[in-house]
Write a new protein. Sequence first.
Length: 526
Amino acid sequence: MLKKYYRLGKQALFDQSRKIFVLDGPEERVRQEFVQNLVEKYDYPIQVISTEYPLYHIDPRSRRRADIVVWGYDAEEEQGRPVFVIEIKAPDVPLTDEVKEQVLDYQKILSCKFVAICNSCDLFNAKVYHMSNDGNWMLLEEFPTYEQILNETELEFLDDSVWAERMSYMEVTNPQYLESLIFEECILGLETPKVMQGLIAEFNNFLLSEPIAPYLPISYGGLTIKEDIGISHRNYGNAAGSSVRAFFRSFVIQDIDGNDQIYRLAIKAEQKTQNHPKWGNRKATTTLFLAIDDFDLAPHTTLGLCFDTSAKINDDVFVITHSGRMAAGKGGSVKNQVVIDNVKKYAPFLICDKLVHLGMLPVGRTISWNDAKDFLLKLFVYGNVRDKVRMMHKEEVFIIDKDLLKKEKMKKVVPTEFSKTYMDRENRIFIKQEGITFEELKNMVAMGQRYPVRILLKENRDEGLLTECAVVWVSNRIIMVVLNDPDNIEELIGCSQEEFKKSALVSDAGGNIEFAVYLEITKNEY
């Protein structure tokens, strides 16, 4: 039975493979229950299962995704190989020859010997086909186990689990090991004070190896750590414009508003820069990153806690505080006092001497759950409040001012002015700035946004204009189109800007590409 999670009234499921929330739906539920049965009833290790696998990883020309791909390991070539691809459909979709052809199209790219189609979580109802030596596809009577597939393909299982064995404090603070964290793992900053290096190394040791599931759930300040979902390698952007690629320890959180979210923690060294055109002068410090992985918004880091400046030794403990400093991407920064005032509002117990107090960690010994839980809980509450502040600051939605268009009497197909608004997480819209011109909007788009931004064009189609159209681009390819009239939408996903200009969608708007406002997202924010 799948667990249910909720955010802003939406129901979500947990994807075991990708370790993310996905919005619940008929096909998604079948996919997640199917994966659960693969793991629990047929002994498929979760680490060999990929869901929604982008086929461009193998064929750059493909823009499709396979529902489920199972992998084996080629020891001779030292690489993973697809062995089984499964196409999932909603329960009301029949398993026709067309569905079979769809999964066989995926097989041509993946070159695996097993394929299946299914519209039920019950694996007994799946149609499984195996490629015989003569190249024909044979329908199997029973669903194969992972061991049977490996025997047939002559591949192996590689246990690439990232859980580390807990090291002793003496091992963690060994000078050679600390050097490896600086020069090989890029976890400790080169300029981080030596007195802090042992503490940070031990806390990293705790994050990557200490089991805490037996102690959960645990609550503090209206927030609950519900589940420990382990470690995965991920890449997150942050508001300052850089990215964090690291092994993150992840938790399911119920935040102070009652919404389920995934919070992730990782320690990473900052690189030293001098007179850099973008980063200026930075020291080689060590930062604890807190990332939030919403299922309905872009994943992002909400806090980068610099140990070098935030941790102060006091007797036999390190006291960790934060000033409230917050970057907000292209929107500039948020004043420290704004953050502090919101912490006073939502979590006043964190404020002391005009600083956010996040707790203490012991010096000179192993860190246990009892040592770390107070710090983790306060850190998550603080991150939750920071995210509320960030969303109030972020201008994410632009809406054309209907009254202004009427005033212009539609003389120009491209409107000259906009109302710039933003939407908070309760979907309330607030006017932020009046009178932003179309050229200013295009310039903002050209500079790039930290999150996919929605452009809503609200006008009457009788006037030859699009109705509620949003076109979002990543690397010069459309990844999202939103339109009340869904005609021709499917064929637009993945097309280039030039192809889009020639499409029926633009023609319906009188051939005016400018009115179908698009966004070029230059980084992998999607």
